[in-house]
Ligand binder design. Structure first.
Ligand code: NAP
Length: 271
């Protein structure tokens, strides 16, 4: 039997175990997906132990996506983003990947939203913001990063501008209406809206030409998505990003396409 898992703290309410185990059952794999909750001090030993015990792969979630960087050999994308959410133990040394960026890109593709040549706005400059910004920077013509702490938005926009072909800019949350006026794509990658009826984006800045992805998935129908739908925008909930980061992790581990429909059904049954 192969063992996969999730490392984070806390992870007890994670939706990844049912999503991945539904995939294993669907394709007939003898595998389990379990959760591990080490402290930060225990993280390095936990990864060495997992490798030594023959764990095949791990997902990594908050607060460890950056800590894991020094414990694995990162692929190019994870190194550029500066965060690892998937570790593959199948090679000579553990390799770190970032599938959150693919989660963003594939969520838009699933909804027939073309990113090529578009103008995008990412709100947030934490871990999810960095993944979304690199995903969109690689596809779009222009990327604006908006954040409460403007210095972090500037730093992220500069990082993406240096490493992709997109032109980039940054702004405060107060300047979002101007940034969104000509935008085609918007991602909320802040924690605003998580378990609360609040949006980081003023409702009158939203318009019908926008496709809006909210990384927040609890609730699924956030205030931002309600406002976006009322404005006539295309809306994509955070479970699509969660689904596709898991699908991409499956594909890293098994080098084969994942049973997306089954994983989506298992995920949404829990939400
Ligand atoms: P993080 O690294 O802690 O970053 C949090 C971000 O939210 C920062 O940009 C922060 O701004 C901003 N923020 C926090 N409180 C705010 C407030 N009151 N007003 C305005 N901005 C505020 O967290 P993360 O890992 O990026 O996660 C962000 C969200 O994405 C969470 O809700 C998480 O659940 C979700 N997420 C979803 C997926 C998915 O697959 N759907 C994957 C990853 C994360 P400052 O820089 O100013 O502090």
């Amino acid at each position: 039997m192969q063992v996969f898992g999730l490392v984070g703290n806390p992870v007890s309410h994670s939706l990844s175990p049912p999503m991945h185990e539904a995939a294993y059952e669907e394709v007939g794999l003898d595998a389990r997906y379990v959760t591990f909750e080490p402290s930060r001090d225990e993280l390095a030993a936990a990864l060495r132990g997992a490798d030594a015990l023959g764990v095949a792969g791990l997902n990594v979630t908050a607060p460890f996506k950056q800590d894991v960087r020094s414990l694995v050999s990162m692929d190019d994308l994870a190194a550029r983003i500066g965060a690892v959410n998937t570790v593959d133990f199948s090679g000579d040394e553990p390799t770190g990947h970032n599938t959150d960026a693919a989660g963003v890109r594939r969520a838009f593709t699933h909804h027939d939203v073309a990113l090529d040549g578009q103008s995008a706005v990412v709100v947030g400059a934490g871990g999810a913001g960095r993944s979304a910004a690199f995903a969109l920077g690689e596809e779009c013509n222009h990327l604006c990063v908006a954040n409460r702490t403007v210095a972090r938005a500037e730093e992220l926009a500069d990082d993406v501008g240096r490493q992709t072909d997109a032109t980039t800019s940054s702004c405060s949350l107060d300047d979002l209406p101007d940034a969104l006026a000509d935008a085609d794509v918007l991602v909320n990658a802040t924690s605003v809206g998580m378990g609360e009826d609040r949006s980081p984006v003023p409702s009158d800045a939203l318009h019908p030409e926008l496709a809006v992805l909210d990384a927040v998935y609890e609730p699924l129908e956030t205030r931002l998505l309600q406002d976006a739908r009322a404005a006539g925008a295309t809306t994509i909930d955070g479970a699509w990003m969660l689904l596709y980061q898991g699908v991409e992790a499956f594909e890293v581990w098994f080098d084969d396409s994942a049973p997306v429909t089954v994983m989506n059904r298992a995920l949404r049954a829990r939400l």
